[in-house]
Design a protein around this ligand. Structure first.
Ligand code: GLY
Length: 355
């Protein structure tokens, strides 16, 4: 197995051993350690970490919020700031985030903003957070119905990936992680036909898939930490996917981030065929795969304008123009592709007739 320790990313036993060492240092230095969890990770994941705090006799400051994307909010951020302030957290305090992408984004931003930045550590507990959200320092909250509207790039000190957490992951969350793995598969040149085994992976295959994505993401992020260029390719599927996700949130649909991205990939492959000459066969094959694995995200004709508005607010746009990541072919992603409103509309109309 590869060694990612240099990048501050540790797996399983290495992760726990390193975390224990860090806790001892924090304890010796009288640094306060806070843990951010949601109600579910408190129940299923915290019991694995709690003994480390107990054996070192370090005070446990557990902050728990309700689970769900609607809590990646200013309100919950405010609650965390209040807890840190009330406990007298100093600039040497540490915030450990135990959860999926909502927790690592929200906790990462709380850490980035509290007293101009305190140390933060991520324990991603979902497949999606392990392969994407916890890596690379994107932090933030949703605001006024827009995804990740407020935030900062803020690197965690370490990321500890414990694949045991996946044992209690609900099936819907598995599919969500799959959405990001599919993205990596496309941008790293995986054959669309090779996506099939993701559904039947054993523990070893899962770990290999996670490590492959982690390696690729860290290589890209190291080269372009604040997304001036190449990092943009990691947003494949996200321009339209985020708009679907925001619509889903507003409509209170049960749609996870990864499910929205898997649907966004359908639409962005269509645009890639139209604008970049991607082979139609790739789109057809992916569509078949998507329908076999996901409950397809249905877009009503009457929501097309709404989705267009959401896309206009995407952070990847420039000068009011929609800029997207497309594929020339699998493994050849191009960023900053200008998509005209009528091309977007054509794509969304096509999509709305699919399911
Ligand atoms: N989720 C894409 C990125 O971190 O750049």
């Amino acid at each position: 197995m590869m060694n990612l320790s240099l990048a501050g990313i540790y797996f399983n036993q290495d992760a726990l051993a390193d975390f224990e060492k860090l806790l001892m240092v924090f304890s010796q230095n009288d640094q306060q350690v806070f843990i951010l969890a949601d109600d579910q990770t408190k129940q299923y994941c915290w019991p694995l970490l709690e003994p480390y705090f107990q054996s070192i006799q370090i005070k446990i400051n557990l902050i728990t919020i309700p689970h769900g994307e609607e809590n990646k909010s200013l309100h919950q951020l405010n609650e965390i700031w209040k807890r840190l302030t009330k406990a007298g957290a100093g600039r040497d305090s540490v915030l450990v985030n135990l959860g999926g992408g909502v927790i690592t984004d929200l906790g990462g931003f709380a850490a980035a903003s509290y007293k101009r930045g305190i140390q933060t550590i991520h324990f991603p507990t979902t497949l999606l957070a392990m392969v994407d959200a916890a890596l690379g320092g994107k932090t933030g909250i949703d605001f006024e119905g827009f995804k990740n509207q407020i935030g900062a790039f803020y690197q965690p000190r370490n990321v500890y990936i414990l694949t045991d957490f996946l044992k209690t992951l609900p099936e819907k969350q598995w599919r969500s992680g799959l959405g990001e793995l599919i993205k990596y598969n496309f941008i790293t040149g995986g054959n669309i036909g090779q996506l099939e085994p993701f559904t039947k992976m054993d523990d070893r295959q899962i770990r290999v898939a996670i490590e492959k994505s982690v390696r690729f993401k860290m290589e890209v992020v190291t080269e372009d930490p604040i997304e001036k260029g190449r990092r943009k390719i990691l947003n494949f599927g996200h321009t339209i996917g985020h708009a679907f996700e925001s619509l889903g949130l507003a409509r209170k649909m049960d749609l996870t981030h990864g499910e929205a991205i898997a649907a966004g990939i359908v639409a962005e492959l269509f645009i890639s065929v139209k604008l970049k000459g991607l082979n139609q066969k790739d789109l057809t094959e992916y569509l078949r795969y998507y329908q076999s694995l996901f409950d397809p995200f249905m877009l009503k004709e009457t929501d097309i304008e709404n989705v267009m508005d959401l896309i206009v607010h995407d952070k990847k746009n420039r000068a009011g123009k929609v800029m997207m990541v497309c594929l020339d072919r699998s493994g050849k992603a191009v960023f900053d592709v200008l998509v005209e409103p009528e091309q977007l509309k054509e794509c969304l109309s096509w999509y709305s007739e699919l399911f």
